[in-house]
Write a protein that binds this ligand. Structure first.
Ligand code: ADP
Ligand code: MG
Length: 363
């Protein structure tokens, strides 16, 4: 009952340097109805190719795509029940805003009075009431992006694809559009597949995030799970700041090469070689130990940065591993004692330590 189902989807391009670029490698993906799903990953990881295999602009080399229960693998783009909003939203320059937005209805043969009503409704939805008669060059970039969005949703598709639609906007506008888009998606009750390379944007907006690298979905999960429990080192490093400690599992701790240890709480499923990587997010450190914050890690402080509600402490373990800790402003009384090159003990709750078993990226 998924709105989109991809099975073993593969796509390769001829590389300019000769050989092949594998843009998608046997991708399996199910997108739920009414879901805000984000494809997140660095440039060149295959995000646009994945979208284009859904809207039909890219033909797969292997595998299948289903939209709303129908196998569309061989169906041409114009016959697929899906709309796309592009990064460069290219409005028709010689048409008014109203004509741009109503274009799909005109093609469908919807009568004029009905059309005008639906144009007015959808413009109201994106906050552009009354701008029907303006030209695309008489409105701002942010307004043009909303027009592109209105144009894409007026025919009420069940599925909307958005390829980095906010990347051309400045930071403030981008932030307010993030919230508006999310609200709009839940009001419309349609599925969005949204592409971004911005992890903050993905965490803010999504019901689920698919993290891509090298044409492979590394992890598909809710934002919280992606952040707290990344499956791979790549995902841990790509989302947020990570302190990673690789070593061998010894009881309820990871023993590091330098003799120190990171405690964890809960089950572990060691690999055959008994190794794992412990992840501690910066905000899970404290300068104060307690029965709960029973884990301790000694570092040499290099820098302390005041960030308003918190302090960032940058340092290294005795063996030289970089560590970043974000401690709450309430611990400010302890900060003056932390001089440059002084030893600092960072405390953590072993229950917040996450283990990654990722043979591929360990070394
Ligand atoms: P993203 O959108 O994540 O930046 P793309 O899907 O555009 O990534 O590209 C994935 C890979 O496929 C990249 O290495 C890119 O250079 C390559 N690629 C995409 N489209 C083409 C094309 N039309 N011809 C050749 N290579 C392409
Ligand atoms: Mg792209």
């Amino acid at each position: 009952n998924a709105i989109v189902r991809m099975e073993q989807a593969s796509k390769a391009f001829d590389s300019p340097e000769g050989g092949k670029v594998h843009a998608l490698r046997s991708v399996n993906l199910e997108v739920r109805r009414n879901e805000f799903l984000t494809l997140l990953g660095p440039s060149g990881c295959g995000k646009t190719t994945l979208l284009q295999s859904i809207n039909g602009f890219a033909e797969l080399d292997g595998g299948a795509v289903h939209i709303d229960g129908e196998d569309v693998t061989k169906v041409p783009p114009y016959r697929r029940k899906v709309n796309t909003v592009f990064q460069n939203y290219a409005l028709f320059p010689h048409m008014t805003i109203g004509q741009n937005v109503g274009y799909a209805l005109e093609v469908e043969g919807v009568g004029k009075s009905q059309r005008l009503k639906r144009i007015a409704d959808v413009l109201a939805l994106v906050g552009l009431s009354g701008l029907e008669d303006r030209g695309p060059r008489q409105i701002s970039g942010g307004q043009q992006q909303r027009v592109a969005l209105a144009r894409a949703i007026i025919a009420r598709p069940k599925l909307l694809l958005l390829d980095e639609p906010l990347s051309a906007l400045d930071k403030n506008l981008r932030h307010s559009m993030q919230i508006e888009l999310k609200t709009l998606q839940s009001e419309l009750g349609i599925s969005f597949i949204f592409v971004t390379h911005d992890q903050q944007e993905a965490l803010t907006m999504s019901d689920r995030i698919a993290v891509l690298q090298g044409g492979i979905i590394q992890q598909l999960d809710a934002p919280r799970a992606i952040y707290d429990r990344p499956d791979t080192i790549f995902v841990a490093n790509f989302i947020g700041t990570s302190n990673l400690f690789e070593g061998s599992i010894d009881g309820a701790a990871i023993k590091l090469a330098d003799g120190s240890a990171v405690a964890f709480d809960g089950a572990c499923s060691p690999q055959e070689n008994g190794r794992a990587t412990a992840l501690i997010r910066p905000e899970n450190f404290s300068l104060v130990g307690s029965s709960r914050f029973s884990g301790a890690l000694d570092i040499i402080r290099e820098q302390v940065v005041f960030a308003g509600s918190s302090f960032e402490i940058l340092g290294r373990t005795p063996s030289g591993r970089k560590v970043t800790a974000t401690v709450p402003g309430s611990e400010r009384a302890r900060i003056p004692a932390i001089e440059e090159n002084s030893a600092v003990t960072l405390h953590y709750d072993p229950a917040t330590v996450h283990l990654i078993y990722d043979t591929a990226s360990q070394g």
